[in-house]
Structure formats: C-alpha cells, structure tokens
Write a protein that binds this ligand. Sequence first.
Ligand SMILES: Cc1ncc(COP(=O)(O)O)c(C=O)c1O
Length: 456
Amino acid sequence: MSLSTSTEVLAPLAVLGSDVQVPLASGEKVGYAALDYAASAPALQRVWDDVAAYAPYYGSVHRGAGYLSQLSTDLFEQSRRTVAEFLDLREGDQVVFTRATTDSLNLLAAAVPAGTRVFAFETEHHASLLPWAHAGLDVTYLRAPRSRAEAVAALDAALAGAPEGPKLLCVTGASNVTGELWPVAELTGTAHRHGARVVLDAAQLAPHHRVSVRELGVDWIAFSGHKLYAPFGAGVLAGRADWLDAADPYLAGGGATRTVAREADGSVAVQWQTGPARHEAGSPNVIGAYAIASACRALREAGFDALEARERQLVERLTAGLAEIPEVKVLNLFGEGSARVGVLSFVVRGWNSSHFSAALSAEYGIGVRDGLFCAHPLVRTLLGDEDVAPSECGAPEPSLPGERSLNAIRVSFGAGTPDEHVDRFLTAVRELVTDGAAWNYRNEGGRCVADSRREG
Ligand SMILES: Cc1ncc(COP(=O)(O)O)c(C=O)c1O
C-alpha cells in the first residue's frame, strides 16, 4: 500500500497534538515526537470532536427523567453495543465499563468463583500479574517462555497437573515491553481443553489489531480507553455473563441494586442487579464510554488492515534503523524478527536508559518511556546479563538494595505517527551513541534533567 493511499484511508485516525511544539534544552522549539503510545495514546481528533459535540447535552445516566438524562442514558447504552460489535462478542456476552484495564482485571479477580486457580506467565504487566493473589486466589506463575510454542507447551503441562476445580488463564495479547504478539488462540484452545477459562489483556493489542472475541475464543477481554485513543477515564471488561452475574458486585452502591429494603430486625436486604449494572455502581462515566465507542467506530471505519499495514512499515523502518547501530540491543522474548505491534524496548551499551531517554527529550523533542514498564519480572529477565550503565541520573524505578540498577527504553507508536518521528528518533539514537549527549544531566527529584551544555 502506498503511503498516500494509507494516509487517505487512515484519515479517521488523525490524532490531536501532532502540531504541538516543545522546548529543547537549548531553548529552541521543535514539534513533539510522541513515541510513548503504549503508556497513553493521543486522542483521536474524531473522539475529541464527538465528545465536544455531546458535551452540551451531557446529563445523568440511568437516573433522571429529563430529556438530557434520557439522551445520555441512550448514548451510554449505545456505546456498550458499539464496543460489543467492535470486539465481535458472542450472544449473551456483557460489556462492563470500568476505569481501565487494571480496574477490569481487578473486577474479574473479585468475581471469579472461590477456589479458582489462576495461571499467568511471569511476563505479564503487573495489572495482569497481581490482581489474582491480591484477591486471595491461588496463582501458578509460569516461567518466561522463549518461543510461542514453548508458551503453549508450558501452559499445557501446568494445566495437566492442576487439581480439579475452576481455572483461569490470564494472558496478554501483545507485550507492553517487547510488543510481541502472543499466541492467544492456541493458548485459549489449550486452556479450554483442560477446562480452564481465559481472560485476554488486550491493553496493547486492541489499539493495533482487529480483535474478535468470537474467533479467539477467549472468555473475557480487557482494555483501556486511554491506550485506544480515547483518554476520558474509561475502560472495558467484556465477556461471559455467568461468573459476573454470580459474583458479589464489584462496588456496592446506587445503580447496582434492584431493591433495598429495611428489614424488621434492623438490617438492610439488598437485591442486586444482574448484567453490567451489577458491577457499575455509582454514576457512570458516560463521556468515557462514549469516547471509547467513538474510537471503536473510527478504527473500524479506517480498517485494521490499513492501520496494521502502516504500523508494519514503521516497525520495519525502526528495526532496520536500530539494527545498524551495534550499541543498541532490542529486547525480544521470542527471538529476533518476531511479529510485534508498534512497541519496542531496547538498551544502549554504556548508557543508563534514563539518561538516554532524557537526552532524547531535551535535545530532540522525542517522548519515550524508560524504566521497567510495570512488568518488572519480564524486564529483569530480558536484561539479566545486560551491561546497563548506572549514571548520575539513577533509575526512576529504583533497584532493591544490593541489586544493580536496571531499566530499559521503550518506543511505541500507532495511528497518526509520521515517518519523520521514527526518522528523527533513529538520527537521535545514532548521534547520541556516536557523539554523546550535548548536555550534562542531573538528577532532580528522581527525574533526569538537562543542566548545562557540555564543553568541547
Ligand atoms: C499490557 C498491559 N496491561 C495492562 C495495563 C494497565 O492498563 P491501565 O494502566 O490503563 O489500567 C497496561 C498499561 O500499560 C498494559 O500495557
């Protein structure tokens, strides 16, 4: 696909902020190169416009007899249906609006039947790794696999040896560290053969790939609006209704109840709702839900074929450029060249990653992320024997006493990313590696900041 065609096709995915100017350490201004989509993607212009058009009509949801309350309620429920279509849900599946992926997975952890054993690879983001034990469930952590086939075999073996009873696999669709795609359909098939259910953490998958719950066969899926170009504080948990309807409500309060009655003995008897309302107590975030629905519509309109093709171009440009810089080591779990979304982490020999990232920002106007990316076990595994230099800047996620300071750099992109951002990034990496930073940096409250221009 030629660039001009893809630009045309991707018009519904224009993003806000593409003309924002930021100051460099020198005082000059440059256009900001946003290469941290995996943390929070910019809003789609379309999402922003839809929210702005709705804002004057904003009203309460599921409470209120007035016209705007009715309209807002309809919009909220229509947003649920749009998300269900976007995810290609099955008949009977539910869409629960949450705050984000972390909230969605904590909700599910609180809802699974008592005695459920959860299986999770140690490579998961903390949002997929931690809610289960936190909710008092038994968790089997599977070692980091070094290939997709090894992941499937490890799960198969673990489930074969698991005791009877309800079981749940939590797996990510695309790694927030390496960007690599996980074999979700194969893992789900394996899990189902052993009677285990599956929840897919699609926080990094849904913004980059078409996701069909029906085709993948997963039982639940979770994602965040702010990573899907809809940064208005909402997320989604969608999937099978049975465990959700049988569970205690995630939050107790208005909207989750059918009836509440004072009993003769002084207690209060509650009949809880079934369906999404059971877990959505309190006034719903209608703007957040509507923003997600708007992003879903725009992504479907542009088509994932076009978005994926465009991202592949950028990933190829990036990986080819980095491959020419011997000091750069790209982090992969499944080997070089494995399929990935527009997310890539790396280290630079002889450099502290915080220092390097600070120089990318202060000297080139490029925004990336450095650290352990809320996936400490995975990044520690990937960096195990890397020569990552500590520096006067230290690391923003401090190492334990006696442990080496470890962190990496992550670059991530998606809709609206121009070639120029990737090219500027590659030029910056080459220049920093060859010539060093042009500025001295100091640690200011854990942040690496440019201090004075380097002599000579
Ligand atoms: C793979 C993955 N899962 C879960 C999360 C948590 O998402 P949120 O912070 O939106 O709750 C993230 C966030 O970076 C992520 O990358």
